[in-house]
Write a protein that binds this ligand. Structure first.
Ligand code: NAD
Ligand code: UDX
Length: 469
């Protein structure tokens, strides 16, 4: 089957970049990305591509080339569904905040709404592709909804999880390690799988297109995120041990990373992992394991989250302890708010939790992030509900200038590893700060001795106590 029209439901961090790259690489396919959020779609259609709703290096150029040619962003969901032979579902699947599975299970209400809408609208056969990250066996539920329409339309359901990381989304999509397609082992399932594989084969080498069962594909996505997050929690656990024993976690990471069985990636100790995926997907995995009565499996993976919460908390505690056990009324500057560099996404960012802790200690927080707005930062803090919106606004200032952010500060905490941070005039910043001038480097972006030569008191995550404060 040859695909001429694709619809993607959900114009978020996955749907937007993924469809832009498909449109770029498949100029003969019309790709329409739809969303209920009118503001988001308007931003995707903004003539000035610097106003796209998502910041990703290289994305503006891709959108510029494909948009209006064969890439369209629209709020007309029904129309796009009806036109398409293949529909990606790329809506959000956040952790449930209510009812059974609250705080653990994935909330599938948006997915179900999409399935019902497809069932209602479709008049021709469709391939429906799960692009969102979903619990294993979700395709079964989709199948049930889609097969009961009574209109005689055939639906083939595929799982095609997305492995892009934010901040490198365009490169990850152009150069994917692999594309995973899970399909049913029936003639229809195989045909659908090959139709999707043909799209990717426009730029992905055949040997990188993996075909599995639907269940393996769904579970592989949760497994990949669990393994990646587990590496970060493992090295973060070691960072605390390094700090008390005199070892240096960066040296340890280099030493173990050269073992080809371990490999060097994802061994960077940090203030804790953030992002919309790791925590959500592990909680989901834990929930699934528990629901099958696999308590040891559930406990094993839950520990990755427990370690991450501990890492965020101990970083905040370290700041308070070092500032002579009180930060009340002290100006603390947070450089970075995004959960990693090169993205404007702040979901589950460690900065939110560190700021919240410091605010509870009555610190005055000043925040600078090159890509995150004041509106977003305040919304993130308000969402926690720790204190009133008025109290958050009384204690938090967001500025657009890093020098202004650091002026007169008692301490600076590096929350995100933005490249520009290392290039500031740190001598000048030192001169403008309260003394002793503390830096808490939660991303290990500085060479501590260089900063100490300027006069700073340095705390670097995972660095031996003798060099620490
Ligand atoms: P997102 O919140 O950025 O985008 C989802 C979009 O779907 C929103 O704009 C929302 O308005 C829209 N939407 C929800 N219900 C809709 C409906 N019924 N009709 C039309 N639009 C609807 O989420 P995201 O980060 O793009 O994640 C989407 C999925 O991809 C999730 O399952 C996530 O786990 C997975 N994923 C995310 C990443 C990542 O890096 N963000 C990576 C891989 C996989
Ligand atoms: C992750 C997966 O990498 C990606 O494959 C999946 O599709 C979505 O989830 P993402 O969350 O966008 O991607 O970014 P990632 O690079 O994985 O970083 C996640 C968090 O871990 C960030 O807060 C990052 O700073 C942190 N991290 C990552 C570390 O602290 N140390 C590391 O060594 C790597």
């Amino acid at each position: 089957m040859s695909i001429k029209n694709i619809c993607c439901i959900g114009a978020g961090y996955v749907g937007g970049p993924t469809m832009s790259v498909i449109a770029l690489k498949c100029p003969d396919i019309k790709v329409t990305v739809v969303d209920l959020n009118e503001k988001r779609i308007a931003a995707w259609n903004d003539e000035d591509v610097s106003n796209l709703p998502i910041y990703e290096p290289g994305l503006a150029e891709v959108v510029q080339e494909a948009r209006g040619r064969n890439l369209f962003f629209s709020t007309e969901v029904d129309k796009a569904i009806d036109e398409a032979e293949l529909i990606f579902i790329s809506v959000n699947t956040p952790t449930k905040t209510y009812g059974v599975g609250k705080g653990m299970a994935a909330d599938l209400k948006y997915i179900e709404l999409c399935a019902r809408q497809i069932a209602r609208v479709a008049t021709t056969d469709k391939i429906v592709v799960e692009k969102s990250t979903l619990p294993v066996r979700t395709a079964e539920a989709l199948q049930n909804i889609l097969h009961n329409t009574g209109k005689g339309v055939r639906f083939d359901i595929l799982s095609n999880p997305e492995f892009l990381a934010e901040g490198t989304a365009v490169q990850d999509l152009l150069n994917a390690d692999r594309v995973l397609i899970g399909g049913e082992n029936t003639l229809g399932g195989q045909k659908a799988t090959e139709a999707l594989a043909n799209i990717y084969s426009n730029w992905i080498p055949e040997e990188r297109i993996l075909r599995t069962s639907v269940w393996s594909s769904e579970l592989s996505k949760l497994t990949a995120n669990a393994f990646l997050a587990q590496r970060v929690s493992s090295i973060n656990a070691m960072s605390e041990l390094c700090e008390v024993t005199g070892a240096d976690v960066q040296e340890v990471a280099r030493a173990i990373g050269t073992d080809s069985r371990i490999g060097p990636k994802f061994l960077k100790a940090s203030v804790g992992f953030g992002g919309s995926c790791f925590q959500k997907d592990i909680l989901n995995l834990v929930y699934i394991a528990k629901s099958y009565g696999l308590n040891e499996v559930a406990d094993y993976w839950e520990q990755v989250i427990i370690m991450n919460d501990h890492q965020k908390r101990r970083f905040a505690e370290k700041i308070v302890k070092t500032l002579f056990n009180t930060v009340s009324g002290k100006k603390i500057t947070l450089l970075g708010w995004a959960f990693k560099k090169d993205t404007n996404d702040t979901r589950e960012s460690a900065a939110i939790y560190v700021a919240d802790y410091l605010l509870s200690e009555q610190a005055e927080i000043v925040i600078y992030d090159p890509k995150v707005s004041q509106e977003q930062i305040l919304a993130d803090l308000d969402y926690l509900n720790t204190r009133s919106e008025a109290e958050n606004r009384a204690l938090v200032t967001v500025v657009n200038n890093p020098m202004e952010a650091c002026d007169n500060a008692h301490a600076i905490a590096i929350m995100t590893e933005w490249d520009e941070f290392v290039n500031y005039d740190w001598k000048q910043i030192y001169n403008q700060m309260q003394k002793p001038a503390f830096i808490f480097d939660g991303r290990a972006i500085f060479v501590p001795s260089e900063m100490e030569n300027i006069g700073f008191e340095m705390y670097t995550i995972g660095l031996a106590y003798s060099k620490n404060i």
